[in-house]
Design a protein around this ligand. Structure first.
Ligand SMILES: O=c1[nH]cnc2c1ncn2[C@@H]1O[C@H](CO)[C@@H](O)[C@H]1O
Ligand SMILES: [Zn+2]
Length: 384
């Protein structure tokens, strides 16, 4: 008999119960389809696609297939509908509360959720009112999660849209609401043609204020975008960053020798966190399949890779679902899941002592408990 503990792939149910940390999730990309229909009815928004008339499930499927276009620009068109129903204080509170509740039910213990305040002003809210409503919703969702026996902590990231010209204003907003629920800043939107250097003033302001930011880069566009985000703008993390793979050569002979270019080396050496979003990347064409997704190689090479949802509605996904795909594709174990989760927690924008406590008091004990479950299974044969 061997005394080695099994290091097998976790079951879907274990994946759901495992504590998970999420750094890249869009509030306006994660609404419940039923909520969209109700909010549209209440607010008189009549622009929803015809599928909405056939119910929440049909609308759910519509979002997934409309986002499944192979291009980031087409993918982003679907957000017109979610933003349209997120224009009042009540709607924002509801969407944020449900977001926190849904993530907690999926086993997420820490999440940074982003949204662009400038996209929620159509009915007269101010930027401040938008931020306050969303934060109020997150607090409400955290309370509801606790009542359901789940634990989650949610922070807001304020996004500026890269095609617009309000980045400095939004950066100032993020700075003002720092310690009041906002943990950092981001820029998003179409990447090609809108380099992050257009918003240098915003990034320089945040650096002077010792604040944190991530930049969507290396998703719809390649290495120049990543290079600018890091070396011109000074991003703390890369939203996606998946195209860093273009700077990594794997020899196609038997050796399989790996060579990193200067930029890929820098990203790995400096432990720059990559907010990888596998399912979203398949939809926008940044990767062809889970098996070919760079996350497999990046994990092997010990980049600071993290697993994220991006847009749960448009990708029909959840953190558990992302991990299920990865476990199936790369035969990941609970140790791999823990590695990704600790990477995410190390890269979070909350203070160091809180990150450490989350890792040592919540994440590691959670995985230890799951890893011990085989010991208590009913029959000896099931134990292996
Ligand atoms: O993967 C993405 N890449 C770039 N921009 C995105 C992505 N997902 C969502 N957004 C954009 O971010 C805004 C604020 O949440 C969304 O409205 C959408 O336009
Ligand atoms: Zn994103």
């Amino acid at each position: 008999m061997t005394s080695e503990t099994p290091n097998t792939s976790p079951s879907p149910e274990q994946i759901r119960r495992a504590p998970k940390a999420l750094l890249h999730d869009h509030l306006d990309g994660g609404l419940r389809p039923g909520t969209i229909i109700e909010l549209a009815r209440e607010s008189g928004y009549d622009g929803l696609p015809d599928a909405a008339a056939e119910g929440a499930d049909r609308l759910d499927a519509w979002f997934r297939s409309a986002a499944d276009s192979g291009s980031l620009e087409r993918y982003l068109e679907t957000f017109a509908h979610t933003c349209a129903v997120m224009q009042t204080r009540e709607a924002l509170i509801r969407v944020a509360a449900e977001c926190a509740e849904d993530l907690a039910a999926d086993g997420v213990v820490y999440a940074e959720v982003r949204f662009a305040p400038e996209q929620h002003l159509e009915k007269g809210l101010s930027l401040e009112e938008v931020v306050e409503a969303v934060n109020e919703g997150f607090r409400e969702g955290e309370r509801r999660a606790r009542a359901d026996g789940n634990r989650i902590r949610v922070g807001s990231l304020l996004t500026a849209m890269r095609h617009a010209a309000r980045a400095l204003e939004i950066a100032e907003l993020a700075n003002r609401y720092r310690d009041l629920g906002v943990v950092g800043f981001d820029i998003a939107g179409a990447e090609a043609g809108f380099p992050p250097t257009r918003h240098l003033d915003a990034f320089e302001f945040l650096k002077r204020e010792n604040n944190h930011f991530t930049i969507h880069a290396g998703e719809g566009f390649g290495l120049p975008s990543i290079w600018q985000a890091l070396q011109w703008c000074g991003a703390d993390r890369l939203g996606h960053g998946v195209r860093i793979i273009d700077d990594i050569q794997v020899a196609d002979d038997h050796s399989g020798e790996v060579t990193l270019g200067r930029l890929a080396s820098y990203v790995r050496d400096k432990r720059i966190p990559l907010e990888l979003c596998p399912s979203s990347n398949l939809q926008t064409g940044a990767a062809a399949s889970y098996a070919e997704h760079p996350i497999g190689l990046l994990r092997k090479l010990h980049f600071r890779a993290t697993v994220n949802t991006d847009n749960r509605l448009m990708s029909g996904t959840s953190m558990s679902n992302e991990f299920e795909h990865l476990v199936k594709t790369f035969r990941y174990t609970l140790d791999d899941m823990q590695w990704f989760t600790v990477n995410a927690m190390k890269s979070a924008f909350i203070p160091f002592d809180e990150r450490l406590a989350m890792i040592n008091e919540v994440i590691k004990p959670g995985y230890a408990e799951l890893k011990a479950e085989w010991l208590f299974q009913a029959s000896p044969s099931e134990r292996r």
